[in-house]
Design a protein around this ligand. Structure first.
Ligand SMILES: N[C@@H](CCC(=O)N[C@@H](CS)C(=O)NCC(=O)O)C(=O)O
Length: 273
């Protein structure tokens, strides 16, 4: 009996100690967090990517949008997730907005931005459809390639992730792809679907400089966010081969977007190519 109460006391002491420690660490972190300047968008994101400023297509999309629209912003590479458990997200004068697309809608309204003003409703509709193709379809191919199909998990290894984290990422990718439905297809089938998407984008962009014409539009941010991962962040994959050998206009498109909006690209990546 005495032994049991002794064990309970040890457990209780342990729980209290850990709770106090966590509370203290959290408070210390908050205390040392940089103050957020007023009227500046704070962009919460992950750390640097390997050959692209972020391994997240949505982070690249949102930061490209902020540059394209000349909205003042500051990066916070704090790896904090949004209230929806995802990255990226923004804070503006104390207001939090999760999800890259909702961030863009919010900022468009706040700063009276319309990056699609040169295009008519029918062109905008096509832009939206291609954004969805990129973010809702090619996105899964990128995730599965990096986390599952690539036996070496090259990009994650170069980010210094250990085997356990890589295993957890692989499990997570497999589970979410399974629930989405795409994960029920074989690697060959998923690659085939992505190839069809890349071909459609390549055929549509053709000789144009940007998605809808000679001027970039809002949807270019998302399309670039996704394609840049295929071009530079999927070493050894079929997608990488396709954009380098078959759909070369997609590679040129990425280089054009990079050169136009990311003069500091080399400083924002871990390894320059
Ligand atoms: N619809 C979201 C998607 C964001 C998203 O899926 N982000 C990924 C990184 S690429 C993420 O945070 N994943 C973490 C997780 O799912 O736990 C957006 O546009 O921001």
């Amino acid at each position: 009996m005495a032994e049991e109460s002794c064990v309970s006391m040890y457990i209780a002491t342990g729980v209290v100690t850990v709770t106090v420690l966590l509370w203290y660490l959290r408070r210390a972190k908050t205390r040392h967090a940089e103050p957020h300047p007023r009227d500046t968008v704070m962009l919460h994101q992950l750390g640097k990517g390997v050959h692209v400023p972020s391994i997240s297509p949505f982070v690249l999309k949102l930061e490209t949008y902020l540059r394209m629209s000349s909205i003042p912003y500051k990066n916070l590479f704090d790896r904090k997730m949004s209230s929806k458990g995802k990255t990226p997200w923004i804070e503006y004068n104390g207001e939090q907005v999760p999800d890259s697309e909702f961030c863009i809608e919010y900022l468009n309204a706040r700063f009276s931005v319309d990056l699609n003003s040169k295009y008519n409703p029918s062109e905008r509709a096509i832009g939206r459809a291609f954004r969805k193709l990129a973010e809702e379809d090619i996105y899964w191919y990128i995730g599965l390639s990096r986390c599952v199909y690539d036996r070496n998990k090259a990009i994650f290894s170069r980010l210094g992730l250990n085997w356990l984290v890589k295993k957890i990422l692989m499990r997570k990718a497999l589970t979410s792809a399974w629930h989405h439905g795409i994960g029920r297809h074989s690697e060959t089938e998923v690659t085939h679907i992505a190839d069809g998407d890349l071909k459609a984008l390549s055929d549509f962009i053709g000789d144009r400089k940007f998605l809808l014409g000679d001027s970039p539009c809002q949807e270019d941010c998302a399309v670039f966010g996704i394609l840049a991962q295929v071009v530079w962040h999927m070493p050894g994959s079929e997608g990488e081969r396709a954009v380098n050998e078959q759909y070369t206009n997609l590679r040129q498109y990425c280089v054009r977007m990079r050169d136009m909006y990311w003069p500091d690209w080399d400083d924002r990546v871990l390894e320059r190519i």
